[in-house]
Design a protein around this ligand. Sequence first.
Ligand SMILES: Nc1ncnc2c1ncn2[C@@H]1O[C@H](COP(=O)(O)OP(=O)(O)OP(=O)(O)O)[C@@H](O)[C@H]1O
Ligand SMILES: [Mg+2]
Length: 219
Amino acid sequence: MQNKIELKRISHHFDTSEERIELFHELSHTICSGETLAIVGPSGAGKSSLLSIAAGLEAPSEGTVSFTIDGNQVDTLYMRASSGFIFQQFHLMPELDAIDNLALPLRLKGNKAAYDIAASWLDNIGLKDRARHRPHQLSGGEQQRIAVARAFVSKPQFIFADEPTGNLDARTSASVTSLMFDCALETGCGLVIVTHSKELAACAQKSLRLEAGRLEVAA
Ligand SMILES: Nc1ncnc2c1ncn2[C@@H]1O[C@H](COP(=O)(O)OP(=O)(O)OP(=O)(O)O)[C@@H](O)[C@H]1O
Ligand SMILES: [Mg+2]
């Protein structure tokens, strides 16, 4: 059954002591599972804010966001539990080693096979021999491969990635990019990526450009 995120006439702003920062006005868009979407646009346009809203992490100032999972309309808590997140700075738990980082989301859900599943993911991403290494003992690319695996390990319906290759060189970016797209294709989950990278955006089925408060299909 199709899963979807419907953004309906959403507007967003931030108020500071001096001014109101208007990010966008009455945007509407539907994101479906099984689709890969890139959101591009200049720095400060509001891409990360839009991603947070689409993931149910933040509410828009105006408008509505509805989430449908397995045919049922669900709330933001359910949506978050059905989502995986990938960030520019990897955000692995520094005190946990690679396998513990991967097992954590599964253990939090009470999955008794957490370590077996984590071990098989480590094998999939070619880091089996680094299971007992902590993030500071791994390269940026290795950390991001683990972060990608961690996002997928709980079989989410949607993955949200904010600049997932922003801290990586071209070759490592390409390997993290293929890992993300291969996993999305294999699991059929929706993949929404915010990026400044033309190479990464070109891998998505659809690209939207957020600029000057408008969201348009990118050329
Ligand atoms: N919590 C906040 N309070 C006030 N202003 C904010 C807040 N979060 C973001 N902003 C402002 O909103 C605007 C959009 O921020 P956002 O992070 O969404 O942009 P972005 O398109 O992701 O930029 P970049 O490409 O640099 O990551 C910026 O001007 C930012 O300073
Ligand atoms: Mg951003």
